[in-house]
Design a protein around this ligand. Structure first.
Ligand SMILES: NC(=O)C1=CN([C@@H]2O[C@H](COP(=O)(O)OP(=O)(O)OC[C@H]3O[C@@H](n4cnc5c(N)ncnc54)[C@H](OP(=O)(O)O)[C@@H]3O)[C@@H](O)[C@H]2O)[C@H](O)CC1
Ligand SMILES: [K+]
Length: 509
């Protein structure tokens, strides 16, 4: 699914009105109907109480129309409307519809002192994507009352005060929504860690905007969903043997963190590659063989860390390296020598660099040009910062990574909530699966194993990164259905990979 700018969503909306021959009030009614259905689901069977805070534009219009529908369904509804010199036409029509039904509207100003009945749900319909500049300090008292109330806050389209597609200064007043119902497509700001306190959760509501028109709007940003990744799966063949599914080589571990290599290797096998060989320092031999009999194990001549890469390393289909590897100077030299060898080879395996492999690369900026094109780097935010330097906001971070990927023709997977996969063509895919419980030690090692496995199975690097990230998040989401998010471990993610495959390949789920 595309992630569009506010300007493009407006174009999409206007072109839909013409192509479907409907009025903007009818489209607003459709949007309110979608909101109403979603909120009915949120409250369940019970009668609920709502306080709807409406602005003077179409975001406010949505709130007014929703208020009418909730009232008609028997809920207790209080509607507040910002006093203003002029309202949008659709807003006025919806005010009129409420008057005709004798549903009262109270006035609201930035100075209002409000009382929210206990257990009522607050609906934020103050500003949507029409926000033209950050809200000024005059709005602070009103937004403070909403943000500090114990009531749940549901935002319509976007938390009021937040720009959809450009940086918002976080010292400006912004609604802190528990859940945002956003129309037609995801918005960039809903996906960025910097705004997480305003947008902890969101749900996309389909309001029937014309698909053909969406296809004409171009954007470098995509929201990665099930239907996108299903297209990337390579089918299993009846006459397959273990060689068909590729041989992955997992390089990592040092004294004290052999577990990282075990997790990555297990995840690789569970994702479906035919064979895996782990290359670890000698101290890990017994541990790895004991923990994981399916793996083949090769060891470095040194006991504590990796000091060389064996000659045959280039015989494998894919190599994932760096998990728990450490940055010992010997390891650094070994990596440099590997690059020299790769340069001389006519064809090389697909490569994934994680954790300490990235830290070594960050320490040596002159090596960046040596990383073979189409390699995958999977940094967490701190590793990314070491690699590309600081950024002032998430928009700049993404711009810097896009620049990096184009310049070096590499794929960067920025790990975190809504992991972003940035491709050499500068497309950015934000993942839709995963949960906070996955921010746990070893989760990244599992992701490296999954992606390396998909590379070994013959997926292109871009497909392996997209499918791998989605699958990893999905396994975590399925784990969270039976294990509390706080208790999810990396091993649980591996244990649920099989269900994630089943879910992904089942069209009815
Ligand atoms: N996506 C869709 O297809 C649909 C979306 N809908 C809803 O419409 C809103 C967008 O509505 P719009 O009227 O364009 O804008 P807003 O309601 O967000 O607000 C616009 C008014 O706010 C004023 N404004 C802007 N910035 C500020 C500020 N910092 N302080 C005070 N006032 C501000 C602006 O006036 P200015 O001239 O002063 O800029 C506008 O008057 C969208 O988010 C959806 O909720 C449709 O209902 C259905 C289809
Ligand atoms: K809003």
């Amino acid at each position: 699914m595309k992630i569009l700018s506010a300007a493009d969503i407006y174009k999409w909306e206007q072109a839909t009105l013409i192509s479907q021959n409907i009025s903007s009030v009818e489209l607003m009614e459709r949007a309110a109907e979608a909101l109403f259905q979603a909120i009915q689901q949120y409250v369940g069977e019970r009668q609920a109480s709502f306080v709807i805070l409406c602005g003077f534009g179409n975001n406010g219009g949505d709130g007014l129309a929703l208020g009418r529908m909730l009232h008609m369904a028997g809920h207790i509804v209080r509607i507040h409307l910002l006093e203003h010199t002029s309202y949008s036409a659709e807003n006025e029509i919806n005010q009129q519809r409420l008057h005709e039904m004798d549903i009262s509207i109270s006035s609201l100003s930035p100075e209002s002192i409000l009382e929210f009945p206990a257990k009522s749900i607050l609906i934020d319909a103050l500003f949507g994507y029409g926000l033209a500049r950050p809200l000024d300090d005059r709005w602070k008292p009103l937004l403070y009352q909403i943000n500090t109330a114990s009531n749940p806050v549901l935002s319509i389209d976007i938390p009021s005060g937040l720009f959809a597609d450009k940086p918002t200064p976080i010292e400006a007043p912004i609604i802190q929504a528990h859940l945002t119902y956003t129309f037609a497509c995801a918005k960039l700001s809903l996906l960025f860690p910097k705004y997480a306190s305003f947008t902890s959760n969101f749900q996309i509501l389909d309001i029937g905007l014309e698909k053909n028109i969406e296809n004409t709007l171009s954007t470098p940003y995509e929201y990665l969903q099930k239907e996108d990744v299903q297209l990337l799966i390579r089918p299993l063949q009846k006459f397959s043997h273990k060689g068909t599914f590729g041989h992955a080589y997992m390089v990592g571990g040092r004294y004290g963190s052999i577990g990282a290599a075990i997790l990555a290797s297990k995840a690789a096998l569970k994702t479906g590659c035919g064979l895996i060989t782990a290359y670890i320092p000698a101290c890990g031999y017994t541990i790895l063989q004991g923990a994981f009999p399916e793996a083949q194990v090769e060891t470095d001549p040194l006991d504590t860390h990796i000091s060389m890469f064996p000659k045959q390393i280039t015989d494998y289909d894919a190599i994932g390296m760096g998990m728990g590897m450490g940055t010992h100077p010997d390891t650094e030299i070994a990596l440099r020598q590997l690059f020299e060898r790769l340069k001389l080879m006519p064809s090389i395996p697909h490569l994934l660099f994680d954790a300490d492999a990235i830290n070594i690369l960050a320490k040596n900026p002159d090596w960046h040009v040596l990383i073979p094109p189409n390699s995958i780097l999977t940094p967490h935010p701190k590793e990314l910062e070491r690699l590309i330097g600081l950024w002032t906001d998430d928009f700049e971070k993404i711009a810097k990574v896009r620049d990096w990927c184009r310049r070096y023709q590499q794929i960067v997977v920025i790990k975190g909530a809504n992991t972003a996969i940035v491709l050499p063509n500068e497309m950015v895919h934000f993942n839709s699966t995963g949960n906070p419980g996955m921010a746990t030690g070893g989760s990244g090692d599992v992701l490296s194993g999954i992606i390396t496995s998909l590379l070994a199975q013959g997926h292109t690097p871009a497909d392996a990164a997209l499918l791998g990230v989605y699958l990893h998040g999905l396994a975590g989401d399925i784990a969270a259905t039976t294990i509390h998010e706080r208790s999810i471990t990396a091993t649980d993610i591996i244990a649920h990979l099989s269900s994630a495959w089943q879910h992904l390949q089942n069209p009815y789920l």
